[in-house]
Every structure is written in structure tokens, then in C-alpha cells.
Design a protein around this ligand. Sequence first.
Ligand SMILES: Nc1ncnc2c1ncn2[C@@H]1O[C@H](COP(=O)(O)OP(=O)(O)OP(=O)(O)O)[C@@H](O)[C@H]1O
Length: 251
Amino acid sequence: MIELNVAIKNKHYTNNNVNRNNTVLAQVDFSVERGEFVAIIGPSGCGKTTLLNMISGIEKCDGHLITYDKNDEKKQEPYRVGYIFQQPRLMPWLTVRENIALVLQSNQYDQIELLLTQVGLAGKGEYFPRQLSGGMQRRVSIARAFAINPHLLLLDEPFNSLDAPTANRLRQLLIDLCKQRGTTVVFVTHDLQEAIYLADRILFMSDSPGSIIHQCNVDIPKPRQESGVSELKWQMQLMTRFPKITLWKID
Ligand SMILES: Nc1ncnc2c1ncn2[C@@H]1O[C@H](COP(=O)(O)OP(=O)(O)OP(=O)(O)O)[C@@H](O)[C@H]1O
């Protein structure tokens, strides 16, 4: 069953200061199945964040078609989209618990402890963001996104600039939470190995203006081992001539 349909003819920004239109996306068409984990990979500046912003509704997209599935058992509820940004974007003056409570109704606060335990932050609810490491702050942003139990979760290079073991632990945490809840995911990255480790399907974006130029299913059982991921990475590189590769080790 289709969860998300995207049909964007083109998206441009008007940069008044240089009196120019900048076309960022052109002919971006794809669908995502319910419960599917799709990674979108492309070079810096090809429009990945813009695409997520359009899907989430942060960015206006008049005339484009972005439709969500309102399936039977959930159709009485508002459609919920979670978004994990490149930076954790926590409110520095609020505690961990208060940062998560921001997205909840007061009758849902009892979930917070369970979420903190699930992301490995039991007992850290009264800490302020400045008292946490970078990896712990990302865990809070993951807990906050899952707190609304999203139908669709969008992630924009959420594990950038973390050391490899921390990033690997958070990737596994993401896989576990999505599996438990059956969350549909669109995950943006510029790291092919990360995409292969996480995704059921990878969409490759061209350089600016961005459009989808290839797609590949990742038919390796999870949990994925480093050898299988590396082998598929080289095959995909050959097939797509995708130039930007970051190597990291799966532990
Ligand atoms: N609000 C804006 N106004 C004008 N131009 C913008 C705006 N937001 C993004 N752009 C331009 O759109 C293009 C794509 O930006 P975007 O952030 O979507 O790319 P990206 O693929 O996510 O890049 P990265 O991987 O480096 O994060 C860039 O040329 C950028 O300058």
C-alpha cells in the first residue's frame, strides 16, 4: 500500500539579491510503500533538504502533488509527520523531558520515560541539552520525533559529524524503533554505505537541479553485515558511477 506519493515538476527559489531564479528540483517523482525505509542519496546542494521540506510542508509547493495515505484504521487521526533535522534543534533552556513534552499533549506525558529508556537516556530527563554529548542530544531528537508516533518519518543526514561507533549505535536504534512501530521512513544522506545499511530502497539524485536518476532495492537481510554492505556498495558505484563515498565500519 502506498504511504507517500511525490510528484514535483520543478522547484525554484527566487534570489532577489542576485536577481536570479535558481531551479533546485526538476521532475522528482516517486512513491513510498507503507512501512518502507527509503534512502535518498545525492551530492551536496542537489536539493535533498528542499525535497524533505516540501514533503513535510515546511516549504510551500503550490501546483505539486504530495499525498499521504490515510489508511482505514488511522483515518480518524490527523496525519503525523516526524522530522529529524541535520542538527538536533533542542531548546537549550528546556530540560530533556520538556523538549520531548513540547510535541505532546499533557495526557501523553507518561510516554516520555518509556521513550527515554528506549533511546538509552533513562534518568537523563532533568538534564539540559548543554549537559549532554552530541550523540545524546541526537537521541533526544530521535525520542522527540518518535513521541508523536509518526506515520511518516523524515530524516536529514541526522548522524553527520558523529564518531563512527556513536553513529552506528544510533543507526541501529533507528532501525529498531522503525521496526517496532512499522514507521515509513524517508532518510536523506550523502553516504552510500549508510544508505545500504539502513534502507529497503535507495533513490539516487542527480546534481543540481536534483531529480531521481536511479533507484535500487537493497535485497540483503537485516541486520546487515559489513561484508554484504561493502560488496553491494561497489556494485552500485559501478552501476550508478556515484562519486561521493564515505567509508564507515559497521560494528
Ligand atoms: N531558502 C532558500 N532560498 C534560496 N535558495 C535556497 C534556499 N534553500 C536552499 N536553497 C538553495 O537550494 C539548493 C539546494 O539546497 P538544499 O539544502 O536543498 O541541498 P542539499 O542537497 O540538502 O545540500 P546538503 O547536502 O549540502 O545539505 C542550494 O543551491 C541552495 O543554495
